[in-house]
Each structure stands twice: as structure tokens, then as C-alpha cells.
Design a protein around this ligand. Structure first.
Ligand SMILES: Cc1cc2nc3c(=O)[nH]c(=O)nc-3n(C[C@H](O)[C@H](O)[C@H](O)COP(=O)(O)OP(=O)(O)OC[C@H]3O[C@@H](n4cnc5c(N)ncnc54)[C@H](O)[C@@H]3O)c2cc1C
Ligand SMILES: Cc1cc2nc3c(=O)[nH]c(=O)nc-3n(C[C@H](O)[C@H](O)[C@H](O)COP(=O)(O)O)c2cc1C
Length: 498
């Protein structure tokens, strides 16, 4: 129908346009064709079809927010290039809802010992249980975030790639794995995604695009000194003492670090401790939640470290590597560490209420948060759930909490000391007994935080929260679970568990 020179003009024009301009042109042609009753489909030419913009879906699996913030960065860039972008966490994603008409980009962190992030586990299970070839025709890219000092580097991303291919999906560009210095190296990957998508768009539909290779060496861009394992900083011990009283079964150390320079942090961030070379290979840094407030304890970082112990086979007592190293620190001793940001740890707004559930060392980030809110004069209320074994010797930072209650910087406090009475009482029992009040706070827009031991504490607490929501909202447990996941997606339900 069209003459060769006309086709040439169209081809040249399309190649010259960016995403926005192409969308505009498509709309323009459609508008004009209505007027002259010509359909785009009548543009007869083998190997040529109009540029139909397809969606880009970005799906992230994150534990501490790096994958989410990188996804958001990519989202913005692709959006400004005129792409139709959607991003979401894989938390609630069902395999059936993976869109074969879209280009899907996964940004996947690895945690634990080569595991997917906690919230992504269901999605990973659904992928591994799926039947072969159910994802035939699905097109994706993967960015893995990890830390090469772990034995299973970026294992979650690698597993996802293998599983997707097994299910018949095809990558449109090679998987890229980025290490702890990903801030310096991510731009190359973003550029590759951008140009690959543009290339796919500008080629006639159906034309095969060769798979672009992942970058092997990526140039450094910006210093992340102090914020990753590879560029740690040095500080000195200002103070160290045990928080538990005599009679306790535990030793929890309050450690203050000073003289580390001008490195900022936020409540919810933790510190990665570099353990000096032992005889064996380098030990993986251990993380400890920061328990100081950046506004109040200026120039200091406080940690709340429980000495981890176990019984050796020969009957002697053994201790955890990092916690025993820290417990032996003396005043003025030097310590190498980096700040590990938790970008998912949203702070409450000035007027927002905060429900903080943190037994044991889980209380650390709440000490930081409460002092910070007090210092900033926030009007939102604070409710602390704390617990441990005995009230007389394990009430960590007791006098500070009492003062907060007197000053009104803690509005409610519920304590669960499991061994103070015959029947064990835990934080989840306290939560249950305050169900309707808690529900009022949640409905009023409160943030909900759980910090401390993952198993069993956070699992039991989460189950209890679901029960409370189910009971108070009059919905079944599945719907209550969805409600909590929705809060998590909105950044109102935050877990820092280990
Ligand atoms: C985000 C985050 C925040 C955290 N915040 C805090 C915090 O604020 N406070 C805190 O105390 N912890 C916190 N942790 C946990 C902390 O990082 C460490 O995991 C913890 O201190 C144990 O490390 P370790 O090196 O002392 O023990 P490891 O040497 O790693 O040992 C782990 C456990 O195994 C036991 N073990 C070791 N060897 C043996 C053996 N041969 N036989 C039997 N058992 C053995 C140890 O006793 C210990 O209980 C946090 C973790 C994360 C991920
Ligand atoms: C407790 C813990 C365990 C980790 N385990 C691994 C691991 O097994 N393999 C790996 O490659 N990276 C591991 N990492 C590194 C994370 O994948 C890396 O910090 C990543 O940037 C986190 O992304 P996120 O913030 O999106 O969760 C671990 C990090 C933490 C804090």
C-alpha cells in the first residue's frame, strides 16, 4: 500500500523518536485515521508494525530496602523516557498475574544464607512449585543485589533466573549481579535496561533482539565510604557496660562508639561490625541495630548487643564470634564498622502514632526512635511493647523508659516478663489483651514496627496481629493477613528481625 520511499520516511522517523514522541505519534495517527477512515492495520508491509508501547513492570524482593529504592530509581528513569511503568513488591504477587505482554524487571536481594527476603518467600515457593512451560512467552530481566563475602552470592536472584527459564520464560537481557558497592555500579545496569528496552521498542515487533551481556567490570562512580562492608570506618569505644542486673541469665552490652567522623544515620539503620582477621577466612560482618538517636546523641552511635552463647559438645561454654568480640572491648579501643541503611524503616510522620514491638535486643531501634521523636518534638503517640525473662534484671534501659513515660514521650508501655510468674507471658499475650485499643491505633493510621528475634518471636507476634485484626475488623484470618501485607506495602508495617 505504501511506496518504498514513504516507508523509508516512516522508518527513519520512528528510529529518530524517543518513547514520548512515539506515544504521541501513535495517538496522532490513530486520531487522523479515524478522520480519514484508514486503519493502522492497513499499513501493509512485511516486517513492519506500528510501535505499540508495552508496559514495563518492576518487581522487587527486598529486606532492607536497597532493591526497592533501586527499583524506584529505575521506575522514574523509564517513566521520563515515556515508558508505561508499574512497580510493586513481589510480596503478594501470584504467578498467574505475571504479565506476558509486559517486560518484567526483577530486582532481587539475597538474605539469610542464600535465601530470598522474608516477604518474598511465598512468591519464590510459587515459582518453584509451578508446572514447566507455564511462563512460555514471559519476558524478563533480573538484577541481583548481594554481598560476595557470603558463601551464596546473590543466590536468590540466580535461583529465580533458573526457575523462570525452567518455566519457559526468556530473559530479554542477561542477569546482572551487583555487590555491596552497587551504588557505584548500578548506573551501567540501568543504562543497559534503558537502551535494551528502547531497542526492543524501536525494532519492528517480532524482530529478534540479541541478548545483551552483563557488565563484567563496572567503573566506580561515587564514594559510599562508611556505608558498605568494603569501605568501613573506624571509631573508638566511648563506653561499654552490661544492662542486665545480677541474677540474669543474659549479658546484654550497651556500647557507645565515638570519633568516627561525620557519618549520618537514621533510626532503623544498623552497624556492620568488621571482625578482625581470625586464622580462618574473613568472617562475615554482623549487623547490630543502632540504639542511639542521631539528634540527641550527636557524634555517637550506641549498640545493644546480647552475648550469644551455646554449649559445646565437650561441656564447655561457647560464645558467638561478633558478640563476644564486642563484649571484650575496652574504653578507647578501636572498632571497624560501616553503617547499614535500612531504607524500608520508614519513620512516623510528625503527627503519626507508632506501635513498637521489641522484646530483648529488639528494643534497640525503638530507643533510637523514641529519643529522636522526643528531640524533634513530634506530637504522634508512642506505644512500646517490651519483654524479656525477669523484670528485676532484664528490663533493658528501664530508667530511660520510666522517664519517657513521665515526660509523655512514651504514651503506653506494655511489659511481658516471661519468668516473673508461673505461666509464661510474652509480648504477643500483651498485644492480644490490648486488641481493641491496638486496632484503634492502627485504624487511626499508626505505624507498626516489630524488631528482634525472627523465630519464634516475630512469627508469633505477626500471627497475633492477624488474629487481632481478624477479630476487631470482623474478617477472616486470610483477609487479616492481606490487610497486614497491604500495610507492609504502604510502608506502615515494618519488621527488622534476625
Ligand atoms: C538487621 C539486624 C540487626 C541486628 N541487631 C542486633 C542487635 O541490636 N543486638 C544483637 O544482639 N543482635 C543483633 N543482630 C544479630 C547479630 O547480627 C548477630 O547475629 C548475633 O549477635 C550473633 O552473632 P555472633 O557472631 O555473636 O554469633 P555467631 O558466631 O554468628 O553464632 C551464631 C549463634 O550460633 C551459636 N554457635 C556458634 N558456634 C556454635 C557451635 N560450634 N555450636 C553450637 N552453637 C554455636 C552462637 O552461640 C550463636 O548463638 C541483628 C541482626 C540483624 C540482621
Ligand atoms: C543478614 C544478612 C544476610 C545476607 N545474606 C546474603 C547472602 O547469603 N548472599 C548474598 O549475596 N548477600 C547477602 N546479604 C547481602 C544483601 O543481599 C545486600 O545487603 C543487599 O543489598 C540487600 O538488599 P535489600 O536492602 O533490598 O534487602 C545479606 C545481608 C544481610 C543483612
Amino acid at each position: 500500500m505504501l511506496k518504498d520511499n514513504q516507508l523509508q520516511i516512516i522508518d527513519n522517523l520512528i528510529n529518530d523518536l524517543d518513547g514520548h514522541q512515539r506515544s504521541w505519534l501513535l495517538g496522532y495517527i490513530q486520531g487522523s485515521t479515524q478522520a480519514v477512515a484508514v486503519n493502522l492495520d492497513n499499513l501493509e508491509r512485511p516486517n513492519f508494525s506500528p510501535v505499540v508501547q508495552r508496559k514495563v513492570n518492576i518487581l522487587y524482593a527486598t529486606e532492607t530496602g536497597n532493591s526497592k529504592s533501586l527499583s524506584m530509581e529505575l521506575h522514574k528513569i523509564l517513566h521520563t523516557k515515556g515508558q508505561k511503568v508499574k512497580s510493586a513488591s513481589v510480596n503478594r504477587l501470584k504467578l498467574e498475574s505475571l504479565d506476558k505482554d509486559a517486560r518484567t524487571i526483577f530486582v532481587v536481594a539475597t538474605h539469610g544464607e542464600g535465601d530470598p527476603p522474608e516477604a518474598a518467600k511465598k512468591f519464590f515457593e510459587s515459582i518453584s512449585d509451578a508446572k514447566d512451560q507455564v511462563l512460555a512467552g514471559f519476558s524478563y530481566a533480573i538484577l541481583g543485589l548481594g554481598d560476595s563475602s557470603y558463601e551464596k552470592y546473590c543466590a536468590a536472584a540466580v535461583t529465580l533466573d533458573q526457575q523462570l527459564q525452567k518455566l519457559g520464560a526468556k530473559p530479554f537481557t542477561e542477569m546482572q549481579l551487583l555487590d555491596v558497592d552497587y551504588q557505584k555500579t548500578k548506573d551501567n545496569w540501568i543504562e543497559r535496561i534503558e537502551s535494551t528496552i528502547e531497542e526492543i521498542d524501536s525494532n519492528a515487533m517480532g524482530r529478534v533482539i540479541p541478548i545483551r551481556k552483563a557488565d563484567e567490570t563496572l567503573p566506580a562512580k561515587r564514594s559510599t565510604m562508611g556505608y558498605n562492608r568494603l569501605e568501613p570506618i573506624v571509631g573508638k569505644i566511648k563506653d561499654i557496660f552490661v544492662l542486665n542486673d545480677i541474677d540474669s541469665n543474659k549479658q546484654t552490652f550497651h556500647i557507645e562508639i565515638k570519633d568516627f567522623g561525620d557519618y549520618a544515620y537514621r533510626p532503623g539503620d544498623s552497624v556492620g561490625i568488621i571482625i578482625p582477621n581470625t586464622k580462618g577466612p574473613d568472617a562475615v560482618p554482623r549487623l547490630y541495630s543502632i540504639s542511639s538517636s542521631p539528634s540527641l546523641h550527636e557524634g555517637e552511635i550506641h549498640l545493644t548487643v546480647a552475648l550469644a552463647c551455646h554449649d559445646n559438645a565437650d561441656g564447655t561454654k561457647g560464645f558467638g564470634l561478633a558478640s563476644s568480640y564486642l563484649s571484650k572491648m575496652g574504653i578507647e579501643d578501636k572498632l571497624r564498622f560501616y553503617i547499614h541503611e535500612n531504607k524500608l524503616f520508614e519513620l512516623p510522620s510528625e503527627t503519626q502514632d507508632a506501635i513498637m514491638i521489641g522484646p530483648g535486643t529488639g528494643v534497640a531501634p525503638f530507643r533510637s526512635l523514641t529519643f529522636e521523636r522526643q528531640e524533634k518534638g513530634n506530637s504522634g503517640r508512642n506505644w512500646l511493647f517490651f519483654g524479656d525473662q525477669f523484670s528485676h534484671c532484664d528490663f533493658l534501659y528501664q530508667s530511660e523508659w520510666q522517664e519517657h513515660v513521665q515526660l509523655g514521650s512514651i504514651n503506653q508501655i506494655d511489659l511481658a516478663f516471661s519468668r516473673d510468674q508461673k505461666n509464661k507471658i510474652y509480648v504477643q499475650d500483651k498485644i492480644k489483651s490490648k486488641a481493641s485499643e491496638l486496632w484503634k491505633w492502627i485504624q487511626g493510621g499508626a505505624m507498626v514496627y516489630i524488631c528482634g528475634s525472627k523465630d519464634p518471636m516475630s512469627i508469633d507476634v505477626e500471627r497475633t496481629l492477624c488474629e487481632v485484626i481478624s477479630e476487631c475488623a470482623g474478617i477472616n484470618l486470610d483477609a487479616a493477613e492481606d490487610y497486614l501485607l497491604q500495610l507492609e506495602d504502604e510502608g506502615r508495617y515494618i519488621k527488622e528481625v534476625y
